[in-house]
Every structure is written in C-alpha cells, then in structure tokens.
Write a protein of this length. Structure first.
Lengths: 112, 120
C-alpha cells in the first residue's frame, strides 16, 4: 500500500542554520505531496504542496520539490528561526481519493 | 484560510464513561470530514471518513461501536468514544475537506486543533 517515510527526529539546529528533512514515498498512481506543520498545542497546518512531478512547493522560506525519479519530497529551508520549532509531517494523497497518508513526523527544535 | 474548530481541546474522564468531541467547519461547508488519532511520537492514523448525511466509513481495525461518528450537518461532525478506557487516551484530530462552492481550496484538507483525551 501507499506509505510515507520521514527521517526520525528530533532535529536540533541553531538559528540561521540550513534545514533538510527527508521524505520518501511509495504510491501507486500519481499522488499529490504535502508538508504539514504542527506547532505545540495546535492542529496541523498546510505548509506547502506539490501536485505533479518536478513541481516545487514553497511557503515561508520552506521549499520542497516533487522528485518522481527518487520518490522524494525533501523539505528545505535556508535559514531557520526559533519560531520554526514544530513537528513537520510529510503526506501524500493519491489521485482519486481524499485519504491522506502521513509520515511519522519530524520534530524540529531551533535554538537561539 | 478556512477554519476548523474542535471542542473540547482537552478532556479527562473516568474509565467507562463516554466522551463526545465536536468538529466544526466555521466558514465553509464540509461534505467530508476525517477523524485521525495521533499517538505520541507516531503519525496520524486515519480512523474514519465521515460524509454528511450518511454512515461513516471506518478504517480496518477501528471499532465502529467504540468510536461513534455522526455527521449531521455540513459544518459539524462528532466523534463519541464510548465506554472509554485508558488505552483510548490519545490526541484526536479532525479534518474537513473544502468544497468548490465554499470558498476554501477545492479538495484541500483543513485540520482542527485537536482534542486530547485522557481516560483515568
């Protein structure tokens, strides 16, 4: 079945460091890919998405490129801030369905 | 963006009692809502898909009689944990799918803030 694999956390970085959170997926068909962020005590918020191969999603300085050849959707940010501390979830939604498959989440902690 | 609100945000109950959690789409009509359960340090597990006016569709391994889902209107879905036990303690999150006529991104999923249930 469809699945999403994320790198295990927690990831601890200093402010202004470069961030990469790896995400790979397994899916039949042509899924849409998403990154969601969950701040402490809150629900999930859509951070960015990409709906087809080679699309790049971006928001708030975060970027991720849909790589079909490597089945990956790695999240990157050039310079993280303390306020980016949260749990990040990679997810996919296969075409023809509204079911989302989530990765296990990666906790990011950014130190001042 | 569209707002989905859950209530209560946290609840503590005694073993054997039932607890109801509400999920409301505040500014759009949600024909479909989803209920997830999130375990500590684990991913969200889809429990069921709720369609307005019809019976919920449960994922394999989720007890229908244990987790009652009602989607009575286009803006409200409820999850009732019946005869709760300590192993039901978890973080429950609902999400709602925006529709084309509702102003929300078509097909995009909007999440509530979650409800933490602790069963003593």
């Amino acid at each position: 079945g469809d699945s999403v694999t994320q790198m295990e956390g927690p990831v601890t970085l200093s402010e202004e460091a470069f961030l990469t959170i790896n995400c790979t997926y397994t899916a039949t068909g042509y899924p849409s890919l998403f990154w969601y962020v969950q701040y402490p005590g809150e629900g999930l918020q859509l951070l960015l998405k990409a709906t087809k191969a080679d699309d790049k999603g971006s928001n708030k300085g975060f970027e991720a490129t849909y790589r079909k050849e490597t089945t990956s959707f790695h999240l990157e940010k050039g310079s993280v801030q303390v306020s980016d501390s949260a749990v990040y979830f990679c997810a996919l939604r296969n075409s023809g369905t509204y079911k989302y498959i989530f990765g296990t989440g990666t906790r990011l902690k950014v130190l001042a | 963006g569209a707002v989905v609100s859950q209530h209560p945000s946290w609840v503590i109950c005694k073993s054997g009692t039932s607890v109801k959690i509400e999920c409301r789409s505040l500014d759009f009509q949600a024909t479909t809502m989803f209920w997830y359960r999130q375990f500590p340090k684990q991913s969200l597990m889809l429990m069921a898909t709720s369609n307005e006016g019809s019976k919920a569709t449960y994922e394999q391994g989720v007890e229908k009689d244990k987790f009652l889902i009602n989607h009575a209107s286009l803006t409200l879905s409820t999850l009732t944990v019946t005869s709760a036990h300590p192993e039901d303690s978890s973080f429950y999150i609902c999400s709602a799918r925006g529709g084309a006529l509702a102003g929300a991104g078509f097909g995009e999923l909007f999440f509530g803030e979650g409800s933490r249930l602790t069963v003593l």
